[in-house]
Design a protein around this ligand. Sequence first.
Ligand code: DGL
Length: 264
Amino acid sequence: MKNRPIGIFDSGIGGLTVVKEVMRQLPSEDIIYFGDTARVPYGIKSNETVIRFSIENILFLLKSNVKLICVACNTVSSVALPVIKNHFKVPIVGVISPGAREAVYASQNKRIGVIGTRATIRSCAYENEIKGLEPAAVVKVQACPLFVPLVEEGWFEGGVVRSIAEAYLAPLKASRVDTVILGCTHYPLLKPVIKKVMGDNTVLIDSAKQVATEVKEILASEGLLNKQGRGKQKFYVSDNPEWFTSIAGRFLGKDVKNVNKATV
Ligand code: DGL
């Protein structure tokens, strides 16, 4: 049981930011990653479609006998997870609760900003979770749809990125939030520009880091931690493995080989 891999999936490539953290915190675990590159982006799709895609992705990972599934995608975690989670026996962990918990803990003035895709923001998932933990919290949300294509194009800094970040983040600054949840797989790569715009005193919550910690805690509590494994990774995508391979290093911090194409 302990030797079985952890399954991680995302709408595309961004979930590699979560793989990176899981590899850092759980170096002995084997990981199977699935990126739905044929159907990305999820962030602009309807809830019904995101739920259907998510079920298919989970069924794909279950074929590899995974011991736990980590949903790297904030959109899936917000929109689909609450609906489908209890229909599977395997533990399924999303990014919302860990990120919200950490934000409530980190915020001094209990004024918290959340940025994400349109679907994540529309779902109010982070907002509800934060309010459940801290009813007096003020939550200011902002969809930042242009951030995903910028990151995929490798634009992390420069005048254009800075102007877009300033436009998106102005309402959060005006609301005097002291903590911002980076509620999308791609946003950790924009941390420097977001920090510059929000100011050095703003705490940025990286949901990738928090979910990796949660995965570790769940595996430990279920007696499923693999402490002796070699920590191998296998990557599957539903389209264009060449494109995925060419920019994966940007998200993972190291190059990826042997990306396989899979049909879900
Ligand atoms: N992975 C998605 C998320 O974290 C971003 C990309 C998409 O829209 O599919 O919400």
